[in-house]
Design a protein around this ligand. Sequence first.
Ligand code: AP5
Length: 217
Amino acid sequence: MRLVLVGPPGAGKGTQAEFIAAHLAVPKISTGDIFRANVASGTPLGQQAKRYMDAGQLVPDEVTIDMVRDRLAEADAADGFLLDGFPRTVPQATALDKLLADLGTGLDVVLELVVEDDEVIRRLSGRRTCRGCGKVWHVEFDPPNVEELCDRCGGELFQRDDDKPDTIAERLRVYGRDTAPLNQYYGAQGKLVGIDATGPVEDVTERAIDGLRSYGG
Ligand code: AP5
């Protein structure tokens, strides 16, 4: 299955992507994760991406599209994938459609995680990530047993630079302007399935998997 997960910053895309990708047995491809890995290892791509990410802006389309094209050419994505955080603009969506059409295939479904802004702000401001294994926690909704330490690997937890209040506000503004139009784009293709992403993580996963059934998931 070829699937895209969309939704505002902090909707729970990364959290749900893990479970849905495992359920479908496809690789999870997160453009945010790829950019953060490049920032952490100081590559030229990471240096270029960092200034946009820290400002809550999108990395330019051409950079992002080239990066995804390379990733989708890897062997593990040949029979299916779950894209988390891409596409994020209409030009990225048209580039993805063209890329897949050239390979003689196309997207099966686009899952939209629907959450109101005030919930998104609570989720982002309380998010903590493990420096060791990358697991994502939340100070209120999914706290570790020992404050600021990862239960899974004992690593130190940190707050993402782009989860500060001013940057969150900018990311939401950019989402409304550049990414929300994708709903119309994929709605017109008959591929958009909206999922209520409020409530416990397991309930959201169940709704998402139910939503995929009629698309062969
Ligand atoms: P990216 O990492 O993709 O950020 P995002 O879309 O803003 O999404 P987040 O990772 O912030 O949130 P999420 O929806 O994955 O939520 P999560 O599961 O962590 O991108 C970062 C930046 O990279 C962008 O701003 C941009 O600069 C650049 N970039 C990336 N892709 C790009 C592209 N295609 N084009 C251009 N630039 C791009 O959950 C959030 C918190 O909520 C966690 O603490 C979690 O534990 C908690 N939580 C999750 N589910 C629930 C629940 N049901 N109930 C309670 N808490 C929950």
